[in-house]
Design a protein around this ligand. Structure first.
Ligand SMILES: Cc1cc2nc3c(=O)[nH]c(=O)nc-3n(C[C@H](O)[C@H](O)[C@H](O)COP(=O)(O)O)c2cc1C
Ligand SMILES: O=C(O)C(=O)c1ccccc1
Length: 374
């Protein structure tokens, strides 16, 4: 296969239509979903000449985690809907590519097993862990400890989901629960100690209430979206871990300034792949103002709509230190398992390398904003 679009077509043929819709879909009219990709098509690249090199170095270091390229695996839920071995396969492919995988808290494989699979391939894999902070902070802390013990290197707190976006495809398909046998494994066995019905957002850990110890089914509804989250909760998490804490899902320059002010380690400019608030801007369109607001104070990552090497070049030129890919990885997984994910990542690497060369760059950091125009 030659393009991400071909992988998507192959994945679509293999997937249950409701599961394809879950992966592919966005919120409401899917205006932002489409715009994430369309926005790149509106931008033009202006190459520099006579300053390239036969040897290019695509590697980057992100908050102490080395990555062989500035293209990361964005956190996406439920990989076992796409392939029987789910996240184990994705983790091996990411480790083989030498890139960072941001594991979703809503993975259908336990973080310990994901880390073990990555270690089969690379001794020190770059795994980060995405968190939805739960109203019960003691419960959240237990997940944090689990992920730390598994050897993850950073936490990425998703902040664009005070409530879940309305995905009309899922409503139409009545897709609201995982099929039997699949679970949100990172919440299993922690749920037994969860204090029932606590929806306050105290930044102090509430007392644990044991609730019987019956094994809890951990499906999608067990992840609570927390509309009451604020910067104090980010400070709380920072106080609970020595690992870098990034926040994912901001689009406003003022929030980027606040992120710097509150001492987060990095930010991910994201609209959740158009799955949360519809009609927000494409991420690439807000990147310049966010990069300006941050002024190099911390690493800026971006995701949403990256399908080509030229998309990566545009994002890096406009101020991103790295990009994430969500759906393309899922399409590789569904279409071809580990080989499929590897092919997707290597296709993006080769495409980015070629576009970088054509732009006169040797290293991701060589790309500059004057090389992109509307
Ligand atoms: C099927 C699916 C599941 C996702 N699950 C999560 C998740 O569990 N946590 C999260 O922070 N973001 C999640 N996202 C958002 C991605 O991390 C990322 O922001 C988005 O997919 C990037 O856009 P792209 O798919 O166009 O590359 C999900 C996205 C998709 C498509
Ligand atoms: O589907 C998603 O985009 C997502 O982020 C999510 C949220 C809760 C449970 C599973 C996935």
């Amino acid at each position: 296969m030659r393009t991400i679009a071909e992988f998507e077509a192959a994945a679509r043929e293999r997937l249950d239509p409701a599961h394809y819709d879950y992966f592919a879909g966005g919120a409401q009219d899917e205006i932002t979903l489409r715009d994430n990709e369309e926005a790149y098509k509106r931008l033009r690249l202006v190459p520099r000449v006579l300053r390239g090199s036969d040897k290019r170095d695509l590697s980057v270091d992100l908050l102490g985690t080395p990555s062989s390229m500035p293209i990361l695996v964005a956190p996406t839920a439920f990989h076992r809907l796409a392939h029987p071995d789910g996240e184990l396969v994705t983790a091996r492919a990411a480790a083989r590519a030498g890139t960072i995988m941001i594991v979703s808290m809503a993975s259908t494989t336990a973080i310990e097993d994901i880390a073990a699979a990555a270690r089969e391939v690379a001794p020190d894999p770059g795994l980060w862990f995405q968190l939805y902070l739960q109203p019960d902070l003691e419960f959240t802390e237990a997940i944090v400890r689990r992920a730390e013990n598994a050897g993850i290197k950073a936490f990425v707190v998703t902040v664009d989901s005070p409530v879940l976006g309305r995905r009309e495809r899922d409503d139409r398909n009545a897709f609201h629960d995982l099929p039997s046998g699949l679970f949100v494994e990172n919440l299993r066995n922690i749920g037994e100690n969860r204090s029932g019905g606590n929806t306050s957002h105290s930044i102090h850990a509430p007392a644990t209430t044991l609730n019987g110890g019956a094994s809890r089914r951990s499906h999608v509804r067990e992840i609570v979206m927390s509309a009451g989250l604020n910067w104090d909760h980010i400070a709380w998490l920072r106080s609970k871990t020595k690992l870098p804490v990034l926040i994912k899902g901001l689009l406003h320059a003022e929030d980027a300034r606040l992120a710097v002010h509150h001492g987060v380690a990095g930010i991910v400019v994201s609209n959740h792949g158009g799955r949360q608030l519809d009609t927000v801007p494409a991420t690439i369109d807000v990147l310049p103002e966010i990069a300006a607001a941050v002024g190099g104070a911390l690493p800026v990552l971006l995701d949403g709509g990256i399908r080509r090497g030229t998309d990566v070049v545009k994002a890096l030129a406009l101020g991103a230190d790295a990009v994430g890919v969500g759906r393309p990885v899922v399409w590789g997984l569904a279409a071809g398992g580990r080989e499929g994910v590897s092919e997707v990542l290597e296709m993006l690497r080769a495409d980015f390398d070629q576009a970088l060369a054509l732009c006169g760059g040797r290293h991701p950091a060589d790309l500059t904003p004057d090389q992109v125009r509307r």
